[in-house]
Design a protein around this ligand. Sequence first.
Ligand SMILES: Cc1cc2nc3c(=O)[nH]c(=O)nc-3n(C[C@H](O)[C@H](O)[C@H](O)COP(=O)(O)O)c2cc1C
Length: 123
Amino acid sequence: MSNSTPTVDVALLSAGFHASILSTVVVDARTEDHPLIYVNPAFEQLTGYAAADVLGRNCRFLQGDRNQQDQTQRRNLREAIAAEQPVTVVLRNHRRDGTPFLCELTLRFVQDASGTLTHILGF
Ligand SMILES: Cc1cc2nc3c(=O)[nH]c(=O)nc-3n(C[C@H](O)[C@H](O)[C@H](O)COP(=O)(O)O)c2cc1C
């Protein structure tokens, strides 16, 4: 995999995320508690939540009763976020109508030109 970021039209990338069948979210890593700033239609379809309902919130609202959660997966996730390390975990999540589903979540980290973390992508 190449380390250099290819130059691609931003509107094309944006349209690509929006058209993707893979549920995709972006959080602002520079803001306290990492609020969602983007969810694509595949996320809306998967979870039943409209973008307007979830933007500004941390994704953990999908977890419902957190004691039911696999705490090892949650800890792995927290540690990976703190270390800015790519990670894949499986979490128990809930749709808007309350039905549970297993969410295989993969995170990728985006830094600015100075290497400072700015955003985290969740797939
Ligand atoms: C980009 C991104 C996407 C995330 N997506 C989900 C998700 O879909 N479901 C979920 O349960 N947690 C998701 N999380 C994890 C929570 O936001 C939170 O980091 C996790 O619950 C661990 O922190 P906590 O123990 O403080 O809740 C996501 C985190 C990030 C950074």
